[in-house]
Design a protein around this ligand. Structure first.
Ligand SMILES: C[S@@+](CC[C@H](N)C(=O)[O-])C[C@H]1O[C@@H](n2cnc3c(N)ncnc32)[C@H](O)[C@@H]1O
Length: 444
């Protein structure tokens, strides 16, 4: 599908986008460089883990040596796979100074991380045939009862590694499907495999079935008997809430396992989808409705942590008519390499847009303020920053007092003498701070 076609039909007239190979990025440059900084930090963390494994490996024997050797070789391969997949977006190598990176934790979409949904990629394109068939069957049955009108333009929000978007595009045969995800790694996987190429990606199950084999080099590919991929499917990196998509352009918006994990309230998600659909267009949602588990953004407000029934009321209040809903108890992310697996009672519904509603802006608006988006605007001296600056100074002060000789009691005495805190209060507080830091350090 030529980019021009996507731009003219599905994006706003003045939309800015970049091409990375054949993938589109609808993130602005700052957001993309945030991601690259985050990838860099993750690769640094993997590198640190490799170093720790090497040290342990040198002193080990027998089964431990075998397990550590396996972890080292899988992590090394994984680093190479990640940098090859991300190469179209820019060079990502481990940072020289991990301390600086760890200190400057990047803040974009903290609810989602580079490796966060890797299992979904293995399920989508390696071992998950049964789960994938079930997901498509649920969507197809909801669509069958949804509308007789032709569906030509499909948008998938939070498409992940892309299998459902691919299957819907193949089976529903719309003219075009735009599958959007905020994570460039998942978009790269989705794009590569759905175009017919194979790739290798290492899976690290939380509880490996064979405890001595901690990683599995999976081959991610289309099924051998799959029909030829149809044209018109495009994967793009972008934020569902801010991407410059054309309003009223889509016949169908799919949100698979998406609305509960973003920090935007259900009302805000519903109003955004309302804006993107044409009148009479369909919003089809599948996945979890465990909003209370999401404490970020709008969900910090308990009023937004709705039950499923409340969420459906909100969907109606935001211009939709619900015409079908179902619960399905499913196996979820059941890797053959893992001793753990999940069962989920997932909730799905289909709805049509009856009327246009006003867009709602929420606490979790991902648009950055001007001073953050630019390199040169002055940073406002916010009250909240002043508080954090104090906290950071105290933190740095304790760290500076660690000289290999002082004890907790002696550091607490310094606090007392400096009138920062009575020694009796400082001792447990310093202990707690150091405990957290020590635990974090041990995890590296
Ligand atoms: C639970 S996963 C589901 C992925 C996929 N739909 C599936 O079922 O495997 C949620 C996905 O939403 C993506 N995501 C999170 N915030 C997003 C945003 N603001 N815009 C677009 N995608 C987002 C994540 O990167 C992740 O791939």
């Amino acid at each position: 599908m030529p980019t021009r076609y996507v731009r003219d039909d599905l994006l706003q007239a003045d939309a800015e986008f970049a091409r990375h190979g054949e993938m589109l990025s609808l993130l602005n440059d700052d957001a993309l460089s945030h991601w690259l900084a985050r990838f860099k930090r993750s690769t640094g963390e993997i590198q640190q883990r490799i170093t720790a494994c090497r040290q342990a490996h040198a002193d080990s024997r027998g089964a431990a040596r075998q397990r550590l050797g396996s972890e080292i070789s899988h992590l090394e391969a994984y680093l190479e796979q990640l940098s090859a997949l991300l190469a179209p977006f820019g060079q990502v190598s481990p940072p020289e100074t991990m301390g600086t990176y760890a200190g400057l934790r990047v803040g974009l979409a903290e609810h989602t991380d580079i490796t966060g949904y890797n299992t979904n990629a293995h399920r989508d394109w390696c071992w998950g045939a049964r789960e994938n068939e079930q997901a498509l069957a649920i969507v197809s049955s909801l669509l069958a009862s949804a509308s007789d009108e032709p569906i030509e333009k499909v948008l998938v929000l939070g498409a992940g590694a892309g299998r459902l978007a691919f299957d819907v595009h193949q089976s529903l045969a719309p003219m075009t499907t735009l599958a959007l995800d905020i994570n460039p790694l998942l978009v790269a996987i989705a794009h590569t495999v759905s175009s017919g190429a194979e790739l290798h990606l290492t899976e690290f199950p939380a509880a490996p079935r064979d405890p001595l084999e901690v990683g599995f080099r999976n081959e991610l590919a289309l099924a051998a008997n799959a029909p030829r991929p149809r044209s018109g499917l495009r994967f793009a990196v972008g934020d569902a809430f801010t991407a410059p998509l054309r309003e009223g352009a889509f016949d169908l918006v799919l949100t698979p396992w998406f609305i509960d994990i973003v920090p935007q309230s259900v009302a805000r998600t519903a109003s955004r989808i309302n804006a993107l659909l044409r009148p009479g267009g369909i919003w089809l949602n599948t996945g979890s409705s465990a909003f209370a588990a999401n404490r970020s953004g709008d969900f910090a407000n308990p009023a937004e942590c709705q039950s499923q029934a409340e969420a459906l009321e909100i969907v109606r209040a935001n211009g939709f008519e619900l015409f079908d809903a179902r619960d399905d108890e499913i196996d979820y992310l059941c890797s053959p390499h893992s001793r753990q697996s999940r069962r989920e009672l997932m909730h799905s519904w289909s709805s049509t847009k009856l009327r246009q509603v006003e867009s709602i802006r929420g606490v979790a608006d991902n648009r950055l303020p001007e001073w953050l988006a630019s390199d040169s605007e002055p940073i406002p001296a916010l009250e909240a920053f002043r508080y954090q600056a104090e906290a950071t100074k105290i933190h740095a002060y304790v760290m500076a007092l660690i000289d290999g000789e002082r004890s907790i009691a002696r550091i607490a005495d310094v606090f007392d003498k400096q009138n920062l805190m009575p020694a009796s209060e400082a001792r447990p507080a310093i202990r707690e701070m150091l405990t957290t830091m020590w635990r974090e350090a041990m995890r590296l």
